[in-house]
Design a binder for this molecule. Structure first.
Ligand code: BYC
Length: 312
């Protein structure tokens, strides 16, 4: 069989494509685009919650938040490593991010105004991420699928810590309950936008699904997220800010309103509330860390030449 036939057969039999296997260039480029965007999202996603580490209300909350934000850095590293198996260069991907040539999730361009936002990010943003990412554990590209298994385990812990934080606040003072409702009002619609544009306007979905990189369309996953979130909101005692939200017995799903798609377009093309600040911070971190990368590369080089010198 030719490489092309082996690839088609691997996809048809639901097996994994591995880095050394032949793959169509479009498949490789789609994966690099999606995995890099995903990795950038994890790294930029450290900023909104990271801003609250020094202002966490207790030592326990600070320790939990530190661990969570550190996990996001780890997710970024697994994903950049998966992209490297496709021939991408990590430094080049970072450059593309800070020059605005590659995207990261729209959700991280909104401000975190109170500590309730930390809980709502855990509940809704990590919840949306889980909905989107659990099917990616069965993605056709081996290194991506394997990275997602580990990431999903950690995301599920993140979601629980968010929900537990919100439960605690909802059992507190009226002001605390108002903070939670205000955070839900601000994050609900942007969370729905995390799944991408509606299927009719999603240029990449059909191709990605045929290659089994994506297993479900953007709208299918958005519906799954709404269905999952409504009972959780009821248990928490908050109102989701959508007057059109109601159970549809015929469809056996919740009907819901239409997100403002023009807002998603603005945010993913660099004009959201905090895009400039997020990228400026990332650019600063990249230049602050340059000496560490240089020192690590010089050390690796020295080890290599010492190894060569001793005949190993
Ligand atoms: N934000 O054809 P479409 C996390 C772009 S991090 C920005 O539907 P596709 C977490 C899309 O890239 C969560 N851009 O695309 C971290 C494409 O533009 P390009 C991140 C978006 O790829 C810290 C164009 O719009 N998760 O979990 O088939 C703390 C057309 O879209 C967005 C992932 O990245 C958006 N919302 O589907 C807490 C998951 N939506 O690239 C949590 C992996 C669309 O052609 N990624 N675009 O210039 C995916 O599943 C898919 O890439 C998407 C989009 C569903 C996002």
């Amino acid at each position: 069989m030719t490489g092309e036939e082996i690839f088609a057969d691997t996809i048809a039999r639901d097996q994994r494509v591995e880095p050394r296997d032949w793959m169509p260039d479009g498949y490789r480029q789609t994966l690099i685009r999606q995995i890099a965007q995903h990795a950038h999202s994890e790294i930029i996603g450290m900023q909104p919650e990271g801003e609250w580490i020094t202002r966490a209300p207790s030592l326990r909350r600070k320790a939990i938040l530190l661990a969570k934000v550190q996990d996001e850095a780890g997710h970024g590293l697994y994903l950049y490593s998966a992209a490297e198996t496709l021939g991408a260069d990590r430094g080049d991907l970072t450059q593309r991010l800070i020059e605005g040539r590659q995207k990261y999730s729209s959700i991280f361009n909104y401000p975190t105004l109170s500590f309730a936002d930390v809980g709502v990010i855990g509940w809704l943003v990590d919840g949306a991420a889980i909905c989107n990412q659990v099917p990616l554990c069965r993605s056709s590209f081996g290194p991506y699928a394997r990275a997602m298994i580990r990431i999903c385990k950690e995301e599920s812990f993140h979601q629980r810590q968010g929900y537990e934080l919100l439960m605690t606040m909802m059992g507190g003072t009226p002001e605390q309950r108002d903070m939670v409702q205000d955070a839900v009002d601000r994050w609900w619609w942007p969370s729905l936008m995390m799944f991408g544009p509606p299927d009719a306007d999603s240029p990449n979905s059909a191709r990605s699904m045929a290659w089994k990189i994506k297993r479900h369309s953007n709208d299918e996953l958005r519906q799954r997220f709404v269905d999952m979130s409504v009972p959780q909101a009821e248990a928490l005692g908050v109102t989701l800010p959508d007057p059109e939200l109601r159970w549809n017995a015929e469809r056996e799903h919740y009907d819901f309103g239409t997100p403002d798609w023009s807002e998603l377009q603005r945010v993913i093309t660099g004009d959201g509330p905090l895009n400039r600040q997020r990228i400026a911070r990332r650019r600063q971190a990249d230049s602050d860390g340059a000496w560490v990368r240089e020192a690590a590369a010089a050390y690796a080089e020295k080890q290599r030449s010492a190894g060569n010198g001793s005949g190993r």
